[in-house]
Design a protein around this ligand. Structure first.
Ligand SMILES: Cc1ncc(COP(=O)(O)O)c(C=O)c1O
Length: 394
């Protein structure tokens, strides 16, 4: 059981608001803010450059952040690259693979634009792109995957959990299908890694991309984990080279090859602290608490006439992301009313998932409430009561 009141005391923003937009970006606790502040105030300097005392501390802590993140996902044996966000991580892979005309990529209609645009754009380079559809209950049709995958398929890029519908995708089964065909599996873990135990070995993925800012870390932090560092780097420049001659150069080993230029040092040190904070609480406990709140939220919304919930209707195999609409209201109107009437922050619109919105026939998108470890039963009750009142007044 989480001691949510104690957890909430760590989050300075949580005084008068209910924050239900963690799928967009989460909040950061004092411990993370202190870690970034400490860097700025006491040992700010660049990393991997020079030998003075401040750069030694900064470099060591920056390097340590990689280790903490790698351990968190069971990825010590792979390469953990710190990026700006999930988007940069996915683009690094999409642009780093050596593509040949006629190669193919498979992605799905469930994807966030960040795991969609980089792949469909490869069509310009002669790469074939297949888009898997979902069943009416929004689960993926794995038979479609079996039918689409072949020896030309280089990458299958799939979200682990939908940022609109909340459903969890069976990535383990998908990994087995990919590897039967020598294709690599890229998992977009932006919505899974912060909310459930994720282990790259168990999943069997080749690349895992996720965002530090969605798991209590600072904004501008993300992660690309690679089983094998087998792609070209996105950027060239300082910090990522071995030897440089007049007309040639060699790459540095490990993550450094993929981190050209001065990185977001304070952000990454903060991310390392965020990982420790989450580990101290425990991913199973976080998942359990979110499941309970999600059930309350779904049960409450289901009882309100004129409310339509999208995605899985029960608490099974899903994360705490709930999308819905109210008959006769634009999603932005609902979001405004929740904020102005009750101080509840939710996301509204298309959630960077326009192909999915088209697939679902939702012109204006949805209202999306997303939960995290700092949300309480009282907040969910307030949410449901406010929604009931909103519908009663229509
Ligand atoms: C499933 C999913 N993938 C990718 C992203 C992109 O994350 P970022 O904006 O951190 O790059 C998001 C953000 O909401 C997401 O939910």
């Amino acid at each position: 059981m989480l001691n949510v009141e104690r957890i909430r005391a760590d989050f300075p923003i949580l005084t008068e608001i209910s924050y239900m937009d963690s799928a967009a970006t989460s909040l950061s606790p004092e411990q993370v803010l202190n870690a970034t502040n400490e860097f700025e105030r006491h040992y700010r300097s660049n990393v991997g450059r020079g030998v003075h005392r401040l750069t030694n501390i900064a470099s060591q802590r920056y390097w340590h952040a990689h280790e903490k993140v790698a351990r968190f996902i069971g990825g010590e044996k792979g390469t953990t690259v710190l990026t700006k966000n999930t988007t940069e991580a996915i683009n690094t892979v999409a642009n780093g693979v050596r593509w040949n005309k006629g190669d193919s990529v498979i992605t799905t209609v469930l994807e966030h634009h960040s795991n969609y645009l980089p792949w469909i754009d490869l069509q310009k380079r002669g790469v074939d792109v297949s888009i898997l559809k979902t069943y009416p209950d929004c689960s993926l049709n794995l038979e479609d995957l079996q039918n689409s995958i072949n020896e030309k398929t280089k990458i299958v890029a799939i979200t682990h959990a939908s940022n609109v519908l909340g459903n969890i995708v069976p990535v383990k089964e998908i990994a087995a299908i990919c590897h039967d065909h020598s294709a690599k599996l890229l998992v977009d873990g932006a919505q899974s890694v912060p909310h459930m135990p994720v282990d790259v070995n168990d999943m069997g993925c080749d690349y895992l991309c996720f965002s530090g800012h969605k798991m209590l870390g600072p904004t501008g932090t993300g992660i690309l984990w690679m089983k094998e560092a087998d792609i070209e780097p996105l950027l060239l420049g300082g910090g990522m080279v071995g030897e440089v001659g007049m007309n040639n150069f060699t790459f540095a080993e490990g993550y450094e090859k993929y981190e050209a230029g001065t990185p977001n040092i304070s952000g990454m040190i903060g991310l390392g602290r965020a990982v420790e904070y989450i580990e101290n609480i425990g991913m199973e406990a976080i998942k359990g608490c979110e499941e309970k709140l999600t059930k309350m939220l779904l049960d409450g919304l289901r009882d309100i006439e004129g409310v339509t919930i999208y995605g899985p209707q029960d608490n099974y195999n899903r994360i705490g992301v709930v999308s819905f609409n109210v008959d006769g209201l634009h999603p932005h109107e609902v979001a405004h009313i929740l904020d102005e009437g009750a101080g509840i922050m939710v996301r509204s619109g298309k959630h960077c998932c326009q192909p999915l919105m088209k697939h679902l026939g939702l012109k204006n998108g949805t209202v999306r409430a997303s939960l995290y470890l700092y949300n309480t039963e009282k907040e969910v009750e307030l949410f449901v009561d406010t929604m009931k009142e909103l519908v009663r007044r229509l």
